[in-house]
Design a protein around this ligand. Structure first.
Ligand SMILES: Nc1ncnc2c1ncn2[C@@H]1O[C@H](COP(=O)(O)OP(=O)(O)OP(=O)(O)O)[C@@H](O)[C@H]1O
Length: 704
């Protein structure tokens, strides 16, 4: 007997937990209708608290009989105290409550002994409904059981089945309560690895477990696709909530919090802030629509504009394309006059540069939408990004970053190596397609997330300085020189450090390792030197190109690559956790579409509806009824004092088990606390699926 209806707490190991902890559970002692293995403790003398020789004024109290006084009235006439009555002999445990004829006749009245033998519902014909036994079938799933053995022993009890509305879940009528299944059910331990013991109707159960992922496991049409399709397979245990991937922290069990279930706060806030900034608009913006880009939003908050880089004043806007709905960044060069058609075509090869450290370029065109002749360069938009200039050299507060002040402190060497590796990788991609970045300066490199840099505004100088006569190799060598200057400035925390080269290098030598200093020197040196970029021991002169630079810092590449992989692992772990959340959202959507649905009442013919009870609505009958009780069980739990119990773990645990269709049982108590239904999550899941399919088919019919 696994069910513990009268105890203060359910057997949580077996999952027979009451939905109403303590206070309400205590009341359940008097529940009239109990579904599963519903032996009355009183009728089964093995459970009887004392011998069945009651004194007239002291009848036995049966905690499971709704109105014990009726028992007294009926029994008083028959069970007067009789000194000659045979003494009570307890049943042997091995009989499991099945009385032998002799024992029965000795213990109870002859009339009771002649009472009709209890027959489980599934073994009866449907015509036999209506008598006492018709209300007392003991189908394991959700059927109301009026203590079947009691009626066998005590036929004179005034037990009116019509008082109780019989609950018959759809699709479970044919299930038997056989001894084997019951024994298996009692032996079932959901937490043991071999928990393949079926709870109900072993054969049905097996059939439904062939493919645990199939929405309709009974449909065996796809059986040939699954090896060992005919053998029993346990349900996947993902309901135990087991995020895969490396664990970022080693918290102890008691340190685990609700945060463990969801995306880390810092990451969530960052992503939400990015989404918020990406959606932001100026309510009464006077900015025009440019081609198919609308909802322009100026990202440039700098008071002073630097015209020296391009020779034109530039502004950066965020805008949405009406073609694909994606947000882009538009860089505008004011008062630009296109003199050569080929100049703007030079942007074409840049569209093929697809590198994680280069802001992708999509298009370039000229426009008069702003009232002047402007050049527009369309690139990817990276929300909440800021330039290295803003990050490392400016100390003024920036409202766009929620008051965060740009740091102007010592930049750790690891970050400088990371920048070197990332920009080196970008240059490799750019030089590889016969281009040069031409502009590697703090204001044109953006930080799009933590330590993640991208070269911005590439290709603009190719348009603006189209007639430039410098060779590609010169421009590419200049890229390395500019990279050296950038790292020197960052290491000195001074945007003009390259102007005092010797002093700046001395500072680098004091603050950083010799390897970094050599690397910067190699980049700044216009001629090939006898050393590789980072080799302390020297070597033959090598050409100064991006390939030699990258091979010289190969060890740093490995370190950065490793940390990026770790970061990727952490994100994968977070995503897998969110995957669990989205799975539960889908489940909740289904559950809420079914629960207490008002419009599907009796006026709408439902194929599965019980014709004998036309007044009952769709949402209150069949599987929907226990889905409703399940909703109460999961979300409306109360504590011993009847106060709402807010337990996220309880909700997530139950939803996961429902999704997995676990064989674990739960006791669902009706709202009037007169019925207890004991169902497995597997049955709940089946009911959820069939009810939802019912809804879908009705929606389909309505749409036709
Ligand atoms: N592709 C982009 N996605 C998102 N934000 C960007 C993008 N490009 C630039 N920004 C942001 O727009 C702002 C202005 O960029 P810009 O390149 O004009 O820098 P600046 O400091 O104003 O330099 P300058 O003085 O040369 O104009 C910066 O804060 C930058 O982070």
């Amino acid at each position: 007997m696994a069910a513990n209806f009268g105890g203060s707490s359910g057997d949580s190991r077996r999952g027979v937990a009451s939905p109403r902890p303590k206070g309400r559970e205590a009341k359940n002692t008097f529940c009239r209708n109990v579904t599963i293995y519903g032996h009355c403790r009183y009728e089964n003398s093995m459970w009887a608290p004392f011998p069945l020789r009651p004194a007239p004024d002291n009848p036995p109290a049966c905690p499971y009989i709704h109105d014990p006084s009726k028992l007294n009235q009926n029994e008083n006439a028959k069970k007067r105290f009789n000194a000659d009555s045979p003494s009570f002999t307890p049943l042997q445990a091995s009989t499991n409550g099945s009385l032998t004829p002799s024992a029965r006749s000795a213990a109870i009245s002859p009339k009771a002994a002649n009472a009709a033998v209890f027959t489980p519902k599934s073994q009866r014909s449907s015509k036999s409904r209506g008598g006492l036994s018709s209300s007392s079938h003991s189908s394991l799933t959700g059927a109301a059981v009026s203590t079947p053995s009691l009626q066998t022993k005590e036929p004179a009890l005034e037990w009116h089945p019509q008082e109780f509305q019989e609950f018959v879940p759809q699709g479970y009528e044919g299930q038997l309560v056989d001894a084997t299944a019951q024994a298996s059910a009692l032996a079932y331990d959901p937490f043991s690895s071999g928990s393949a013991v079926p709870a109900i109707g072993a054969s049905n159960h097996q059939a439904s477990s062939i493919n645990p992922y199939a929405q309709d496991p009974s449909g065996l049409t796809g059986a040939s696709y699954y090896p060992n399709a005919n053998s029993f397979q346990t349900a996947p245990s993902y309901h135990l909530y087991w995020p895969i991937g490396p664990q970022p922290t080693n918290l102890l069990a008691y340190q685990r919090t609700a945060h463990d279930f969801f995306i880390p706060d810092a990451l969530r806030e960052e992503l939400q802030r990015k989404a918020e900034v990406a959606r932001s608009i100026f309510p009464n913006s006077a900015l025009p629509q440019v081609e198919h880009y609308h909802t322009l939003y100026c990202l440039d908050t700098a008071q002073q504009k630097n015209q020296t880089l391009f020779g034109y004043q530039t502004l950066v806007y965020k805008a949405v394309s009406s073609k694909d709905g994606i947000t882009y960044a538009l860089r505008r060069l004011e008062n630009y006059r296109l003199t050569n058609e080929n100049a703007i075509r030079s942007i074409q090869p840049w569209k093929r540069v697809f590198n994680a450290n280069v802001v992708t370029i999509h298009d370039a065109f000229t426009t008069r939408a702003f009232g002047d002749s402007s050049l527009i360069l369309v690139t990817d938009y990276h929300s909440c990004s800021k330039s290295l200039l803003e990050e490392h050299f400016k100390t003024t507060p920036m409202p766009r970053f929620h008051g965060r002040q740009a740091a102007s402190t010592h930049v750790p060497e690891q970050i400088l190596w990371s920048y070197l590796v990332q920009i080196g990788s970008a240059l490799k991609a750019i030089h590889g397609v016969g281009l040069a970045a031409r502009l590697i300066t703090p204001s044109k490199i953006i930080l799009t997330s933590k330590n993640r840099v991208r070269l911005n505004a590439c290709g603009i100088l190719d348009i603006v300085n189209f007639d430039n006569t410098r060779s590609l190799s010169e421009l590419q060598a200049d890229d390395l020189l500019q990279l050296g200057r950038l790292i020197l400035c960052l290491a000195n925390n001074n945007p003009n450090a390259h102007l005092a080269l010797q002093k700046s290098m001395e500072l680098v030598a004091r603050s950083y390792t010799g390897r970094l200093k050599e690397c910067i020197q190699w980049l700044l040196n216009p001629q090939p030197t006898p050393t590789t970029p980072t080799s302390p021991t020297g070597g033959p002169p090598v050409a100064k190109d991006i390939d030699n630079f990258l091979s010289g810092i190969a060890d740093q590449f490995a370190a950065v690559f490793d940390s990026e992989l770790h970061a990727g692992d952490v994100l994968t772990s977070v995503v897998s956790r969110e995957l669990e959340a989205s799975r539960l959202v889908r489940l909740l959507v289904k559950l809420n579409m079914i629960n207490e649905r008002p419009e599907l009442d009796a006026s709408i013919p439902i194929p599965a509806a019980n014709a004998s009870s036309p007044s009952t609505s769709w949402a209150e009958t069949g599987e929907r009824y226990y889905l409703k009780l399940f909703r109460d069980y999961v979300f409306h739990t109360v504590d011993a004092n009847g106060h709402p119990k807010i337990d996220l773990a309880h909700v997530i645990d139950n939803l996961n088990k429902l999704d997995a269709g676990s064989d674990e049982r739960i006791a669902l108590v009706s709202r009037d606390e007169q019925n207890v239904l004991i169902v497995t999550y597997r049955e709940l899941k089946k009911g959820l699926e069939s009810s939802f399919q019912d809804l879908v088919s009705k929606a389909g019919r309505a749409g036709r």
